[in-house]
Design a protein. Structure first.
Length: 349
């Protein structure tokens, strides 16, 4: 017997490595060579311009959005999602993403699909300014159904000692800014898929909320990467804290970067709910409170700035292509009340 008889094709794995080497090379940056093939990857923070760096590490996946990609037969954007979910978590701590590694596991390796996935990862890394320095491709027959695969990502960033966020001076009177999302991003897709099942639509059908796209294409819009814009605002000294709006939505994520004595008051009438979320709410009968604690609802990142710095922060962020909303304020907390309170979301119904 051979390994191929058992379901593992070493030749296909080697073909994929050769196919993705140019993709990895395209992400090269100072401090890393972004070459593949060794047993480990090296990175030199000093070559990247850091004098006394603190390293920050993250890991994440794409969740059941992968199932939408598999059912829609579209694999070229989930790699962007994978990078975004990691590097957006780095930048909220004031860290610059340095390098990225991925883990791709499947039952039977499809070289074309694998290359499309890694092409998306490379695109995400270029957008974030980090090097794709390695990863793992695992072909595991019997572990995954035919056509299924899973992705995980790992990223390391750095910030100079003493500059990490959130700052300790978040106080009542500070302003809350929201950066527009590019869609559902990469959270809540177990609920999204249930809503699609309830609608009776196929992923190849026209999206009810975006008729120019198929439902699969619309739901697979990649997670926005906020690294360059947010780093520029952070390094200008205009931001005190940032919260990446992932699983838990606007309700659960903002308190993670706030001191105990304050509350984030968010006014949902300050931005327009994107059509995809309106469709999910109507088609799935999802009430506004559940929307706000499951999805980003159009705000992919929440930032805290002193009132005096808010205009300059907005200028910097908009100059980097962000759509910015003033979505609320920080006030003093009374007792043990929830630290993130969203008002006006009844208008989403």
């Amino acid at each position: 017997m051979t390994y191929r008889d058992a379901g593992v094709d070493i030749d296909a794995g080697e073909a994929l490595v050769e196919a993705i080497k140019p993709l990895a090379k395209s992400t090269a940056r100072s401090g890393a060579t972004a070459g593949l093939g060794g047993f480990g990857a090296l990175f030199d923070p000093r070559a990247a311009g850091f004098k006394d760096p603190i390293l920050v590490a993250t890991t994440d996946g794409v969740g059941t959005k992968l199932k939408v990609a598999i059912l829609a037969g579209k694999h070229d954007t989930v790699g962007i999602d994978l990078v975004a979910m990691c590097v957006n978590d780095l930048v909220v701590q004031g860290a610059e993403p340095l390098f990225f590694l991925d883990y791709f596991a499947t039952g039977k390796l499809d070289v074309a699909a694998g290359k499309a996935i890694v092409a998306g990862i490379a695109e995400g890394c270029r957008d974030a300014g980090c090097a794709l320095v390695g990863g793992e491709t695992a072909e595991m027959p019997g572990m995954y159904a035919h056509g299924d695969y899973d992705l995980a990502g790992f990223s390391v960033g750095a910030a100079e000692r003493g500059t990490l966020l959130p700052r300790e001076d978040v106080v009542a009177g500070d302003v809350l800014l929201g950066l527009a999302s590019s869609g559902v991003h990469s959270n809540g897709y177990s609920l999204v898929r249930r809503v699609v099942e309830r609608s009776g639509l196929d992923y190849s059908a026209a999206a009810p909320f975006a008729p120019a796209l198929t439902l699969g294409e619309a739901l697979l819009a990649p997670t926005r990467i906020y690294v360059r814009s947010c780093l520029a605002a952070v390094r200008a000294g205009t931001l005190k804290a940032l919260a990446h709006i992932t699983g838990g939505g606007l309700i659960e994520n903002v308190p993670r970067v706030l001191p105990d004595g304050v509350v984030a008051e968010i006014d949902a009438t300050t931005w327009t709910l994107p059509p995809v979320f309106g469709w999910l709410a109507r088609e799935g009968g999802v009430v506004p409170q559940e929307m706000a604690r499951t999805f980003n609802c159009g705000i992919g990142m929440v930032l805290v700035a002193a009132a005096a710095d808010a205009d300059e922060a907005i200028r910097i962020l908009e100059s980097h292509g962000e759509t910015v909303f003033r979505i609320g304020r920080i006030r003093a907390r009374a007792g043990d009340e929830p630290q993130s309170q969203v008002a006006g979301f009844e208008t989403w119904a």
